[in-house]
Design a protein around this ligand. Structure first.
Ligand code: GLA
Length: 742
């Protein structure tokens, strides 16, 4: 039994496994100080403290830089009311406040009991520590409604994970109207700045920076999935107190691929609090007696190394703790994808021809995109009919897969399992499987409807055809797409009080299918795509190796998109294709620029190779070889942004292996004016005592710049730096550094 039953308001059962002696107190990452009833969590260079106050509320005490002396923290003491309008319930920074007793800030939990009572006051019951997880149980002061708050500490990467299990131990159903994972508090005071990522299709990952004022800023998706529009990530710092590599930053991200919400709230008492979890809009989860609801995970971290280190902490954490089966350590293969070359016109001969050309470039994985199944000749038909189109592939997929293998590549394929076109056999057979409200219109997007994956029969059908596809065709990789958001989120087949569970169950079933597929096919790798970057979050990343950040593959736009992406997510998972020109914005940039832009993540090619000239193949081969020599550094190294995000004209980034033995720099000039030379680029993260060999990718002798010396010290590179001789328009280069002497 994980949780002990609450026996009475006074009885407190403490199940404490991790703490015994004073010496254990200083070493264990999770400590309970019995005297002051406080919990001290040490995550990397951060300390997070909360305690049980004199009223038995769980109260936040501290989150910030590492504090080693536990005795420095006094017991939690509830805050006084501010006149009769802001009661202590509101002024006290509660770790997980229920909506009740005059709470006016964002609640963590709001419920309705069947007798109409909607008052919820959560008090401490007990806690336990297992490995690196602390579970603190709270209970309503009157009813058997429990919230089990879990805190997992990742001491190595400096991250904390919070989630909450809500449990109904009453004998009647309870409707949960708002279930948050938890709330994080930054030190009291004003002057905070919020960073977050927003966008739209083909324009995802735009970085926003704005001051936090009194009130609530809501970051959210009400769309049933993560969304292109806002990503569930935030970072807070104090304006003027930090630069890209210095100063305090508090940051976090939600792990949930359904509708989510993060509320950044500054109270009139200058307390900034960040609440995250399920989006309460249209939420209503009926918990039967004995039933539990698990909230999404809300991850957070603190650093005094500026926004740059905040990103690197997340990157390391994602690679080490989030990505499935240790895949964060395996570098991504160079991939070819057929979409922009052939769109729906795929067939055996055409794909074989592309595969041969791709292999000649050094590509390691060949992926056939949309168009291979059912009557899928346009986006008007076929989704749902996951049988191989016999006209395009008269002998099934076998001969193509075999050819791809002969060429030394593995084979991947595009699927969009949660969708159905009304023009499909599946829809004709099971119209009730599509998400809908009875007697209402079914709004199409890209001519398709969503299957109601919350239904178990739809989940099973989906798992079975995917399992069959992968089993029968030696498929190493799935590009899993999702090209629209929820509309008419009905589930008329279940009782009315169960229908809103669709917001939770849909995503849970998605994760379930992914997990079972992976378990059955341990070598299978999966990419999360949603018309570009519509489903990238720490929830889906537990189940997939990589993601597609945007359908916009235009290299200049991509520099901004990729830079935004890496605030929250590691370049390791960031697929980046080299595609043809002219592209978005009608822009044409040279192939070298396009390759170097894509090399800042996980390199792939999506060009129509049938149109390439000899010189394109020659350059591409050289580029792929170069990428293979630096990909470990790019994918598993530390990322430094060398130029500010606002400078659209010149962008540079640097990646350094953790042992500082290798580094690589990418630099991109949009357009030179007035013959201006670029300022010196000073590098980061190197060993200042070491000497590095410095190799400029193209080795071109530049018209005006002095050549960069072949060897330089880390100290020189980081303090003096070098001016890159980029000239003209769309000039780009890369520089490789390797330690040659300590
Ligand atoms: C989405 C994806 C594209 C491509 C098409 C296929 O838009 O983001 O990369 O796979 O679907 O229909």
């Amino acid at each position: 039994m994980l949780f002990r039953r609450f026996i009475g308001t006074v009885a407190v059962s403490v199940m404490l496994l991790a703490v015994c002696s004073a010496s254990a107190q200083t070493s264990a990452p999770i400590r309970f100080i019995a005297k002051s009833k406080i919990f001290v969590l040490d995550a990397g260079n951060a300390t997070y403290v909360f305690g049980v106050n004199e009223q038995n509320m769980l109260q936040h005490i501290y989150w910030g830089g590492h504090v080693t002396r536990d005795e420095d923290f006094a017991a939690a003491q509830s805050f006084r009311e501010w006149a009769s309008f802001d009661l202590g319930t509101t002024t006290t920074p509660q770790e997980y406040p229920g909506w009740g007793a005059g709470l006016y800030v964002e609640p963590s939990l709001k419920v309705t009991f069947p007798d109409g009572n909607r008052d919820l006051v959560l008090h401490y019951v007990d806690h336990r520590v297992e490995a690196n997880t602390l579970t603190v149980t709270l209970k309503d002061i009157g009813r058997e409604l429990f919230a089990h708050l879990r805190y997992t500490v990742y001491a190595k990467t400096g991250t904390i994970r919070r989630d909450t299990v809500i449990e109904n131990r009453t004998d009647k159903p309870v409707v949960v109207e708002n279930a948050q994972s938890g709330v994080f508090y930054v030190p009291r005071g004003g002057g905070y700045r919020l960073r977050y990522l927003s966008g739209r299709w083909a324009g995802e990952w735009q970085l926003n920076e704005e001051p936090v004022h009194t009130g609530v800023k809501v970051l959210e998706s009400r769309r049933g999935s993560t969304s292109h529009q806002t990503n569930p990530w935030f970072a807070l710092d104090r304006d003027g107190n930090s630069d890209p590599e210095h100063g305090s930053v508090w940051f976090g991200a939600l792990g949930w691929s359904g509708s989510w919400r993060i509320s950044v709230e500054e109270t009139p008492h200058q307390q900034v609090r960040v609440t995250g979890g399920f989006n309460p809009f249209d939420f209503g989860y009926t918990l039967a007696p004995g039933e539990k609801l698990e909230t999404p995970a809300f991850y957070a971290g603190y650093t005094d190394g500026g926004i740059g280190e905040a990103s690197r902490i997340l990157h390391r954490f994602e690679r080490a703790e989030v990505l499935p089966n240790g895949s964060g350590a395996r570098t991504r293969p160079v991939l070819y994808n057929s979409w922009e070359a052939t769109e729906f016109n795929v067939d055996e001969a055409g794909q074989k021809a592309l595969a041969e050309k791709a292999a000649s470039l050094g590509v390691e994985r060949f992926v056939m995109d949309d168009g291979w199944f059912g009557q899928r000749n346009t986006d008007h038909a076929g989704l749902g009919d996951w049988y191989v189109n016999a006209k395009k592939f008269p002998n099934g997929l076998g001969p193509l897969v075999q050819r791809v293998h002969e060429l030394g590549m593995d084979f991947g394929i595009w699927v969009e399992p949660e969708m159905v076109n009304p023009d499909s056999d599946l829809y004709r057979k099971h119209p009730d499987w599509a998400m809908h409200f009875d007697g209402r219109q079914r709004t199409e997007a890209r001519n398709q409807l969503l299957l109601n994956l919350a239904r178990d029969d739809v989940r099973e059908y989906t798992f079975n055809w995917l399992d069959e596809l992968v089993s029968n065709n030696d498929i190493a990789f799935l590009k899993w797409d999702y090209n629209r958001n929820f509309s008419e989120p009905g589930w008329p087949e279940v009782p009315t009080d169960q229908q809103k569970k669709i917001w939770v169950k849909f995503t849970q079933n998605l994760y379930d299918i992914l997990d079972r597929l992976r378990k059955k096919h341990p070598k299978l790798e999966i990419e999360s795509c949603s018309g570009g970057g519509g489903r990238v979050d720490l929830g889906i990343l537990l189940h997939v190796e990589q993601v597609w950040p945007s359908d916009n593959t235009e290299a200049l736009d991509r520099l901004t998109i990729q830079q935004g992406f890496t605030y929250a997510y590691t370049p390791h998972i960031m697929m980046a294709w080299v595609t043809d020109v002219p592209n978005f914005n009608g822009r044409s940039v040279p192939l070298q620029f396009r390759f170097l832009a894509a090399m800042q993540g996980s390199l792939a090619i999506g060009s129509n190779l049938n149109k390439w000239q000899r010189e394109d193949f020659d350059l591409a081969k050289q580029m792929v070889t170069y990428y293979k020599s630096i990909r470990e550094t790019v994918q598993n190294g530390d990322l430094y942004r060398l130029t500010p995000p606002v400078d659209a004209n010149f962008k540079a980034s640097q990646y350094v292996l953790p042992d500082r033995s290798k580094a690589v720099v990418f630099a991109f000039l949009h357009s030179q004016q007035f013959g201006r030379m670029l300022p010196a680029l000073t590098l980061r993260g190197l060993d200042e005592k070491a000497t590095y060999s410095v190799t400029v990718f193209d080795g071109k002798s530049r018209p005006r710049g002095a050549p960069i010396p072949a060897e330089l010290s880390g100290a020189y590179l980081m303090n003096h730096g070098f001016a890159l001789p980029l000239t003209g328009d769309y000039d780009a280069t890369s520089i490789k550094l390797e330690r040659v002497a300590d």
